[in-house]
Design a protein around this ligand. Structure first.
Ligand code: IPE
Ligand code: IPE
Ligand code: MG
Length: 253
């Protein structure tokens, strides 16, 4: 087995944590049991990524579209999220992990918002790794919000339409604050993006695994990173580049 090359780590890893429901179903149990087991996999994965030295880990925990699931399942997911944020507080702080959230978090129940806001504030100064939870998140929704923000700047006379370039739009896309995605992993066997980081993942290397999220282990993360390290990233060019080039700003051209 080849080892992970620690000098060529993906800087920003994002994961679509899928397959909790099917895992529970396979055991003849209700879906929320799968979500509970899934939160253990989150703990393992955050630890493994931190130990490796990954800079940024973004986890798709709840999509904007997931609100349309049955009420009891949504309620169970919210309660698990609250429990996760409470139980992981010490470990995140001890390991220098900065927590962030992206998505329409104002839609989360206040019982979750309160612990989330407190942990985001209390870990804001940490720089060991940035853990971003995508909550009530949708890639299209995020781009709509960015378009609205730019339109307001234009309406206020602070920006001209000609000055809108990639960098200007990106400044309003919170999910790329920690950099564009290098490696996007999806568990659970489906091969789709499901409205995750549409902008930031434009040139991400994709890794799909049939492993159901509750069964995801550190070794699965290493495997995905080894696969990433075997790829050639070209970004439309002919040379092999390790990281995505910075957006070219048209300002001042
Ligand atoms: C992922 O697992 C967790 C969330 C979407 C919140 P699923 O609940 O989608 O599990 P499957 O895809 O039905 O197995
Ligand atoms: C994507 O999984 C959302 C999360 C992992 C939170 P879904 O299970 O909601 O996606 P679809 O429905 O299979 O596209
Ligand atoms: Mg699913």
């Amino acid at each position: 087995m080849t080892l992970v090359d620690l000098h060529r780590l993906p800087r920003h890893v994002a994961i679509i944590m899928d397959g909790n429901g099917r895992w529970a179903q396979d055991q003849g149990r209700i879906r929320s049991i799968g979500h509970r087991e899934g939160s253990r996999a989150v703990r393992r994965t955050v630890r493994a990524a931190r130990r490796l030295g990954v800079d940024a880990l973004t986890l798709f925990a709840f999509s904007e579209q997931n609100w349309h699931r049955p009420g009891p399942e949504v309620a169970a997911l919210m309660e698990l999220l609250r429990e996760y944020l409470i139980s992981e507080r010490e470990e995140l702080m001890e390991n220098g992990i900065r927590l962030r959230a992206v998505g329409r978090v104002d839609k989360l129940p206040s019982s979750v918002r309160d612990v989330l806001d407190a942990l985001v504030a209390d870990t804001a100064h940490l720089d060991g790794m940035t853990l971003t939870l995508a909550l009530s998140y949708g890639g299209r929704e995020e781009l709509v919000d960015a378009a609205r923000a730019l339109a307001s700047e234009v309406a206020a006379g602070r920006l001209t339409p000609d000055a809108i370039d990639e960098a200007a739009l990106e400044a309003h896309v919170p999910s790329v604050d920690v950099g564009r995605v290098d490696l996007l992993i999806r568990t659970g066997g489906e091969q789709r993006i499901s409205n995750f980081l549409l902008w930031g993942a434009a040139y991400a290397e994709l890794h799909f695994t049939p492993r159901l999220w509750p069964e995801f282990e550190a070794e699965d993360l290493y495997q995905a990173i080894r696969a990433f390290q075997s790829r050639q990233r070209r970004f439309g060019r002919v040379t092999t580049l390790h990281a995505e080039p910075e957006p070219i700003s048209s300002a001042g051209e």
